[in-house]
Design a protein around this ligand. Structure first.
Ligand code: GLC
Length: 563
C-alpha cells in the first residue's frame, strides 16, 4: 500500500517571479505583487507555491545564477516582504517551496570572487583546472555546456579554467569539497528555520562529476560529457547527506532530474530509501521533439502514452513522481501538445490527461488560463525579432545552429516555438494595456492575445479553463484514493488520438479517463466499451454526452464506485 503523505496529495502552483505580478509598477514582477494575488492562488484549490529563485542574482539566467542564497533580489523585494508572504500563505493553508540551485552559483557570488583569489576556504569551492596546450589556454576537456558552447571558461586572474555546465556566469560548485556541502546545508537550514516547507532542487542529479573529468563523446553537440556528470559517482552519498538536514523538519524535497528514466529514478527513491521525495523528470515533455524542443517533431500521443505508462507502472507503490505539463523551461503546452485553434478545449483535455495520474500535481503560472506561446510573425514588420528574446539559452542554441549552417529564417522559426521565452511572458491579468501586469513598460513582451486570454475574463466565464482547473483540482482530492493513489491501467496503447486509462483504488472503485487528444473527430464506438456500467460522469470538456463522433479534444472522466 502506498504510504500517504501530505506532499503527495498537493497541487503546487509555480511562480516565476519576474513575470507573475508587478506590485510596485516598475515593469518587473515582485513579492508585493505575489501578496496581492495570494487569495487568487488559494482560490485555485492548490496547496503550495514553488518560487523559482527569488534570491539576489545578476539575472544572467533569471535567478538560476545566485549571488546570495540568504537574501532576496532587490528587484523582487526584501526578506521582510518574503516573511510576510510566507506568513500570509501559511495562514491561508498554502505551503512554500524554495528553489535550491546548488549545482552552481553566480560568478558574482562572494564564494566565487574569493575562489578566484584563492582565499581560503574558498579556493576549491569550484571546479578549477589548468588548461591544456602549450600556453595552457585550451580547455581542460571537451565538455560542452547545456547552453551550448564550451563548458569551460578561462579566468585570467586565477590563470585557470572553471567548469560551468550552464552559462559561463554560472560556475559549478565542487560538491566533492566537504566545506561546500556544509555551506549548502547552512543555506538549507536558513530557509527551513524561517519556516519554508521544502525545496525544488535544480538539476540536482548533475552535482557529482566523474573523477579526472574524462572527455565526453565528441558526437554530442551540447551537454558533451553528460555521462560523466549525470548521476555521477557520489550522487547518492551527497543526496543522502543533504537529506539528513530535513529530518528535523516537516519538509520535503523534489529534485529536478534531466535525462531521468523510471529505472534510474528507483535508485534514488524506492521502498528502502528516499534520497529525494520525488523527481521532476522530462521524458513526457519529449512527445513532440528529440530530447529538446528545438529538435521539433509532430506531436506523438503514442510516445507520450508509452512514457506515462512506464513511469506510472514502474513507480507504483515504490516511488513517487511529479506530474507537470508546463514550467519556465518549456514552451506553453497548448501550443505544443494542444491546439491554439481549440485553445480552451485542448487546454481542458490536457488538464484532464495529467491531473489524475499518480504523483504530485504541478501547475505553472498562466497555465490555468490557457496562456499560449509567443509568435514572432505577429511582431511589427521590420523590427529585429531577436530583440524579442531574453533567455540566455535561446541565444546559445541560436549561435550553435548558426555554426551548423541553419538558415536564419529556420532558426527563428524554431526559436519562436521552442524557446523558453515562450513561457516567460507576463501573466495576463486583465484586458487593460500590458494585461494589467504593470502600467509602465514591462520587462518582457506581453502576449498580444491578452485581450481575450486573461484572468479577469476567465473569472467571469463559468466555462473557462480557469474554472475547469478549480473543479478538477477539487475532484482530484475528492477521489484521491483512485486519482492520487490508484493503479494506472492503460487501454488502446497504440491509438494515435485516444488516451484512455483507468485509475483503480485499493477498494476497487475507479476513475476512467477518456480523451481525444487531437483536432480530429473520432468515432465514439471506439471508447464506449471502456465506460463501466453504473459509472457516473464527474467532469467533461464539452457539455452533453459523447455524440457519435468525439469532438476535437473531447474528454470525460467517470467514477465507478465499489460494486
Ligand atoms: C534548471 C532550471 C533552468 C536553469 C537551469 C540552470 O533546469 O529550471 O531554468 O536554466 O536549471 O540552473
Amino acid at each position: 500500500m502506498e504510504e500517504r503523505k501530505w506532499f503527495k496529495e498537493m497541487s503546487v502552483y509555480q511562480i516565476w517571479p519576474r513575470s507573475f505580478c508587478d506590485g510596485n509598477d516598475d515593469g518587473i514582477g515582485d513579492l508585493k505583487g505575489v501578496l496581492k494575488k495570494l487569495d487568487y492562488i488559494k482560490s485555485l484549490g492548490v496547496d503550495a507555491i514553488w518560487f523559482s529563485p527569488l534570491y539576489v542574482s545578476p539575472q544572467a539566467d533569471y535567478g538560476y545564477d545566485i549571488a546570495d542564497y540568504c537574501d532576496i533580489n532587490p528587484e523582487y523585494g526584501t526578506i521582510e516582504e518574503f516573511k510576510e508572504v510566507l506568513d500570509r500563505a501559511h495562514a491561508l493553508g498554502l505551503k512554500i517551496i524554495m528553489d535550491l540551485v546548488i549545482n552552481h552559483t553566480s560568478d558574482k557570488h562572494e564564494w566565487f570572487k574569493k575562489s578566484v583569489k584563492r582565499e581560503e576556504p574558498y579556493t576549491d569551492f569550484y571546479i578549477w583546472r589548468k588548461g591544456r596546450g602549450k600556453n595552457g589556454k585550451k580547455a581542460p576537456n571537451n565538455w560542452m555546456s547545456t547552453f551550448p558552447g564550451s563548458a569551460w571558461e578561462y579566468n585570467e586572474e586565477r590563470g585557470e579554467f572553471y567548469l560551468h555546465l550552464y552559462a559561463k556566469e554560472q560556475p559549478d560548485l565542487n560538491h566533492d569539497n566537504p566545506k561546500v556541502r556544509e555551506a549548502i546545508k547552512n543555506v538549507m537550514r536558513f530557509w527551513l528555520d524561517m519556516g519554508v516547507d521544502g525545496f525544488r532542487e535544480d538539476v540536482i542529479t548533475q552535482i557529482s562529476k566523474a573523477e579526472g573529468l574524462p572527455n565526453g563523446s565528441p558526437f554530442m553537440p551540447a551537454s558533451r560529457g553528460l555521462s560523466h556528470y549525470d548521476c555521477g559517482p557520489h550522487i547518492h552519498e551527497y543526496l543522502a547527506e543533504y537529506r539528513e538536514v530535513l529530518k528535523d523538519y516537516d519538509a520535503f524535497q523534489v529534485g529536478e532530474a534531466p535525462f531521468m528514466t523510471p529505472k534510474k529514478a528507483l535508485t534514488f527513491v524506492n521502498e528502502n530509501k528516499k534520497e529525494l521525495d520525488m523527481m521532476i523528470s522530462f521524458q513526457h515533455m519529449e512527445a513532440d521533439c528529440i530530447m529538446i524542443e528545438w529538435m521539433h517533431l509532430p506531436f506523438n500521443l503514442v510516445k507520450l502514452k508509452k512514457t506515462y505508462n512506464n513511469w506510472q507502472t514502474m513507480l507504483f507503490h515504490r516511488a513517487w513522481n511529479v506530474n507537470y505539463l508546463e514550467n519556465h523551461d518549456h514552451a506553453r503546452i497548448i501550443s505544443r501538445y494542444g491546439s491554439e485553434k481549440y485553445r480552451v478545449e485542448s487546454g481542458k483535455c490536457l488538464a484532464l490527461m495529467y491531473s489524475f495520474l499518480s504523483g504530485t500535481h504541478f501547475l505553472y503560472q498562466g497555465q490555468e488560463i490557457g496562456m499560449t506561446s509567443l509568435h514572432y510573425d505577429k511582431y511589427p514588420k521590420g523590427s529585429n525579432p531577436w530583440t524579442q528574446f531574453k533567455d540566455v539559452s535561446t541565444f546559445c542554441v541560436r549561435d550553435l545552429m548558426r555554426k551548423f549552417g541553419f538558415s536564419e529564417k529556420h532558426i527563428l522559426k524554431v526559436a519562436t516555438t521552442a524557446a523558453r521565452d515562450n513561457a516567460r511572458t507576463p501573466v495576463q491579468w486583465d484586458s487593460t494595456p500590458n494585461a494589467g501586469f504593470c502600467s509602465c513598460e514591462p520587462w518582457f513582451t506581453v502576449n498580444p492575445n491578452y485581450k481575450e486570454v486573461n484572468v479577469e475574463a476567465a473569472e467571469k466565464d463559468p466555462k473557462s479553463l480557469l474554472n475547469f482547473y478549480r473543479k478538477l483540482l477539487a475532484l482530484r482530492k475528492e477521489y484521491k484514493d483512485a486519482a492520487i493513489y490508484g493503479e494506472f491501467r492503460i487501454h488502446l496503447k497504440k491509438h494515435k488520438h485516444l488516451f484512455v486509462y483507468d485509475k483503480v483504488a485499493e477498494d476497487g472503485s475507479k476513475l476512467t479517463v477518456i480523451l481525444n487528444v487531437s483536432e480530429k473527430p473520432v468515432p465514439c464506438k471506439k471508447v464506449k466499451k471502456f465506460i463501466p456500467a453504473g459509472a457516473k460522469e464527474i467532469i467533461s470538456v464539452y457539455d452533453g454526452s459523447f455524440a457519435e463522433l468525439m469532438r476535437p479534444y473531447a474528454g470525460k472522466v467517470y467514477y465507478t464506485p465499489v460494486k
